[in-house]
Design a protein around this ligand. Sequence first.
Ligand code: CAA
Length: 260
Amino acid sequence: MEFQNLLLEVDGGIAVLTINRPKALNALNRETLAELAEALDELGSDDEVKAIVLTGAGEKAFVAGADIKELAENSALESNDHSKFGQSLMDLIEDLGVPTIAAINGFALGGGLELAMACTIRIAASGAKLGQPEINLGVIPGFGGTQRLPRLVGMGRALHMILTGDPIDAETALDWGLVTAVYPAEELLDQARKLAAKLAGKSPFTLRVAAETVRHGMEMAFTEAVAYEASQFGLSAASQDYQEGMHAFLEKRKAEFKGF
Ligand code: CAA
């Protein structure tokens, strides 16, 4: 795969996909959004790829948002289309089936935070800043932020962030559960790779069922959600990896998962 705005490295089942527009703080223009969709679609259907790390090039930004130069030219109808286009990428990431880790190495603002929130897990560098500053541009988050942010941090904190536009630092993001770990900047990518390697050692099938059950279950009423959990539990138990995991434990050996 050849890209203008992305760097892709795949090693030992782990893909590191870097958004590479450092002069624009890795802002997501249309071309980058389309390239991300192409790259992730391809990686998601490659059985060899067990986990994907998403990060930004340079030391300053993960992604500083949707590209404001492009947004400024859009009519209302084009803005609506743009929002749907960005949302479809975020949905693709969330539904990819392969776990994605956002390694937030600096500013994750607007569409950048929305991209990180579509990932399965988020970790950050200690100097990172996360926010939805769209209000300062006379617009609202449009790549799913109004919905994923309250689901991750609660409505009060989401409204505070979206209405003030003020970013939070990595430690606050950790405290609020928006990220699950914070590391010194120089360690972030190694830690992301380590986490990816840990996930790569599990059953890809069971990982997928677990993530789907949490995500879809959260959208249901509790009684419906636990019924769904029971059927997903049954689904995971129908796999060869279930047999392998159980027997490996009983035989005191490391499980060799196959992904089915
Ligand atoms: N779009 C396009 N270009 C951007 C950008 C963006 N989102 N963010 C930064 N850049 C560009 C700047 O224009 C600048 O380019 P030039 O050198 O050509 O002038 C370059 O990146 C470096 O940026 P700054 O000089 O501004 O760097 P700084 O250190 O002074 O400030 C910053 C950093 C606080 C992140 C600041 O760049 C900033 O506020 N960026 C915009 C953040 C933002 O509002 N994001 C939301 C976008 S809207 C959105 O995402 C909608 C949605 O939900 C889909």
